[in-house]
Design a protein around this ligand. Structure first.
Ligand SMILES: Cc1cc2nc3c(=O)[nH]c(=O)nc-3n(C[C@H](O)[C@H](O)[C@H](O)COP(=O)(O)O)c2cc1C
Length: 156
């Protein structure tokens, strides 16, 4: 099985997290592909893969600029995503109390609306906590991958 990580970022933290996962979690899954969300639309979910949304939050609880087209296409060109199994890494900062990690949470909400199945809980990283998103995110992802690969429906 392939893990496809879709990255939404302004200042690259989410990209570093995705790259760290790609380097550290290769023993848990056949292939890991890191794809920036730039210029992508809902067809990004057409592949037969396990998906990981890895995105930060900007503005007042918005998705980053490079994630906007993908996020908006999920409303403007909606389609049933029942085949999609996914997880969410949401980067944010608790200083923004009202909109903490809304970038990732918004993707989660939209994916659920379209019938996709989330594995595990949305994982949130708080930039004000002083912990490294890369190392914490990779540790979370190892547990998440164990859960996700244990629940793969058997192929005929
Ligand atoms: C201008 C600006 C606005 C932000 N707005 C929010 C917000 O509304 N909610 C939140 O949880 N984090 C917010 N953040 C924090 C970022 O999401 C956080 O620092 C994240 O780790 C950045 O990741 P990136 O480098 O991948 O873009 C904001 C940061 C900046 C600079």
């Amino acid at each position: 099985m392939k893990l496809k990580i879709l990255v939404g970022t302004m200042t690259s933290t989410a990209d570093y997290v995705a790259q760290s996962i790609q380097m550290d979690c290769g023993d848990l899954i056949d292939e890991i592909e890191v794809t920036m969300m730039d210029g992508r639309d809902i067809s990004a979910f057409d592949e037969d893969a396990l998906y990981l949304i890895c995105t930060s939050t900007y503005g007042s609880g918005d998705v980053p600029d490079n994630a906007r087209m993908l996020y908006e296409s999920m409303s403007s060109q909606p389609k049933f995503l029942g085949h999609v199994r996914y997880g969410v890494i949401a980067l944010g900062d608790r200083t923004y109390m009202q909109t903490f990690c809304f970038g990732g949470k918004k993707f989660d909400e939209r994916l659920q609306d379209l019938g996709a199945q989330r594995i595990g809980e949305v994982w949130c990283h708080d930039a004000s906590a002083g912990t490294l998103a890369e190392s914490e995110g990779t540790a979370w992802c190892r547990e998440w991958l164990a859960l996700a690969t244990a629940h793969v429906p058997a192929t005929a």
